[in-house]
Design a protein around this ligand. Structure first.
Ligand code: ZN
Ligand code: ZN
Length: 363
């Protein structure tokens, strides 16, 4: 048992409160990780607001990075002192996991969103009562976490923590959508709707593999400037005439549109901005979108839903690290760091659009 500090959410939608809690030792296939940094993702905030009352109090956080402190008896391939990035949990044995698509693991709900381990237990407690954890297998808004070994990916010791943290969710979500799902040909046109961390990660990956043009759409001027700095040929505000402007920029419609905002009207405009037989990928957590079926079928549009970039983290995160090291995936340009205790300030900065990817650091 170890005393830790965790950002606790006491009830659905309640603010984060940093409190002392107790964390169990790792089980046979688990790893104890001392957190050095954790990204804040919109999913943390959206889930906090809609989280079921019976699974509170709860610790969120799912872009952790840190150092291995101890490993369970059956863990192979990880050792104390390893620098690691944490990612979503999967079972490793179902048809989706064995086919290399663990983001669609049959046990994804139980292992990522049940408030604990797949068996219903939680490694955290608060004054002797259960503190729900296991958010995306980690609950990394805490100084330490106990994580199943499949969610722990070793990274180079010289990789900055502020880069390693967002690799585990937003980085691989955006980049994996392009590199694992769309697999664009060099010279294909790609439009990103929403220049947040996911959208810009998709943009960087598209630029890295030679998509041309790559175009970003976002209402915030600083994000449009960042998109241009990262290699977008154009960056537009989502006003009237957007579809016509995108079709114009892409020579009659884009090969691929990646929709990250979750806004139904943008998802519909994404279809309008495609060329025949183009792909639209829906990544934003939103409500319902209605499409005109005739418009979809006449154009031969393919609509994709993608989570976690359809990535196999053990393979894909090292690939992204390689791109970062070659200067082709400069994730650091998206990051602003905040001390862990200032989690509220980080959330506020993300909310007004000024900060793309807040990363909390632990001292
Ligand atoms: Zn599985
Ligand atoms: Zn996320």
């Amino acid at each position: 048992m170890r005393r830790v500090r965790a950002a606790v959410t006491g009830a659905p939608g309640a603010p984060f409160t940093v409190r002392a809690a107790d964390l169990e030792d790792p089980r046979a296939h688990e790893v104890l990780v001392r957190m050095t940094a954790v990204g804040v993702c919109h999913t943390d905030l959206g889930m906090r607001d809609s989280w079921p009352l019976h699974l509170t109090p709860m610790v969120f956080g799912h872009e952790g990075t840190g150092r291995v402190e101890t490993v369970g008896a059956e863990v192979t391939g990880l050792a104390p002192g390893d620098h690691v990035c944490l990612t979503f949990a999967s079972c490793g044995i179902c048809d989706q996991c064995t086919a290399g698509h663990p983001a669609y693991c049959r046990a994804a709900q139980a292992r990522n969103l049940s408030g604990g381990r797949a068996d219903g237990s939680t490694p955290l407690s608060l004054d002797g009562t259960p503190l729900r954890a296991g958010f995306f297998g980690q609950s990394s808004f805490a100084t330490y976490a106990v994580v199943h070994e499949r969610g722990v990916i070793r990274v180079p010791t010289d990789l900055p923590d502020a880069v390693a943290a967002p690799l585990g969710c937003s980085g691989q979500t955006g980049a994996g959508t392009v590199l694992n799902r769309l697999c664009p040909e060099p010279g294909a046109s790609l439009v990103v709707l929403g220049a947040g961390a996911v959208g810009l990660s998709a943009l960087m990956a598209a630029v890295a593999v030679g998509c041309d043009p790559v175009v970003a759409v976002d209402p915030v001027a600083s994000r449009r400037e960042l998109a241009i700095a990262l290699g977008a040929k154009a960056a537009l505000a989502p006003g009237d005439g957007l579809v016509a402007a995108l079709r114009d920029l892409t020579g009659g419609g884009a090969h691929h549109v990646v929709e990250t905002t979750g806004r139904p009207q943008l998802a519909r405009r994404a279809v309008g901005a495609l060329r025949p037989r183009g792909d639209v990928v829906l990544l934003g957590l939103g409500g319902e979108v209605t499409f005109d079926v005739m418009g979809l079928l006449a154009k031969g549009v393919r609509v994709h839903g993608v989570i976690e970039g359809d990535s196999d983290p053990a393979r894909f995160i090292p690939e992204l690290v390689g791109l970062y090291e070659r200067g082709l995936f400069p994730l650091d340009k998206l990051v602003t760091t905040f001390p862990f205790e200032d989690i509220d300030a980080a959330v506020a900065a993300m909310g007004d659009g000024g900060v793309v990817k807040p990363v909390l650091t632990f001292t």
